[in-house]
Design a protein around this ligand. Structure first.
Ligand SMILES: [Zn+2]
Length: 170
């Protein structure tokens, strides 16, 4: 199923919806087309460009935290499916400060890890294990939830994702 990126009236990425839904938003006058997929949608009396990116006419207030649920899929998307200790392909989620040592299950304490690193670290603190994080874990920005929601980021969505330009993709 084709999906479309929905921007808030402020141009901030808001959500990913089916292209059909995005088209309805445009036809109902609730959103304007920013970028088209290049295909057209044909119904009984109309032929319209299929939207790839639409922008809402009215501002919608959404708390950022609500959009990025902390789960395995989202952590892997944020960390590029790479172990944050050695760079190998990640299979596990590691708590930097172990749960048994009071570490929280929060964005700034979970990283993707390969099985050998996850096993090697056990329930030790970072300093005790002698292991190093490639970068500190942070609350993800929009690229992560868009990846989780859509599976892929279309090239014409990139201009609307500021964190891409800011180099978060490393
Ligand atoms: Zn590793």
């Amino acid at each position: 199923m084709t999906q479309s990126l929905v921007l808030n009236a402020t141009f901030e990425p808001l959500c990913v919806v089916s292209t059909r839904r995005a088209l309805l938003l445009v036809l109902e006058g609730k959103a304007e087309m920013m970028s088209a997929t290049g295909r057209v949608f044909r119904a009984a009396r109309i032929t319209v460009d299929e939207p790839s990116v639409v922008r809402l006419v009215y501002f919608v207030r959404v708390p950022f935290q609500a959009r990025v649920a902390l789960n395995r899929r989202a952590v892997f998307a944020r960390d590029g499916h790479r172990c944050q200790y050695c760079g190998a392909s990640a299979e596990n989620i590691d708590h930097v400060v172990p749960r048994s040592r009071g570490g929280s299950h929060s964005w700034d304490n979970v990283v993707a890890a390969c099985r050998p690193c996850n096993t090697a670290k056990r329930d030790r603190m970072l300093e005790e294990s002698g292991m190093k994080l490639r970068r500190p874990p942070v609350v993800p920005r929009e690229r992560t939830w868009i990846l989780v929601a859509s599976g892929a980021i279309r090239p014409d969505w990139e201009p609307y994702l500021p964190s891409v330009a800011a180099g978060l993709t490393a």
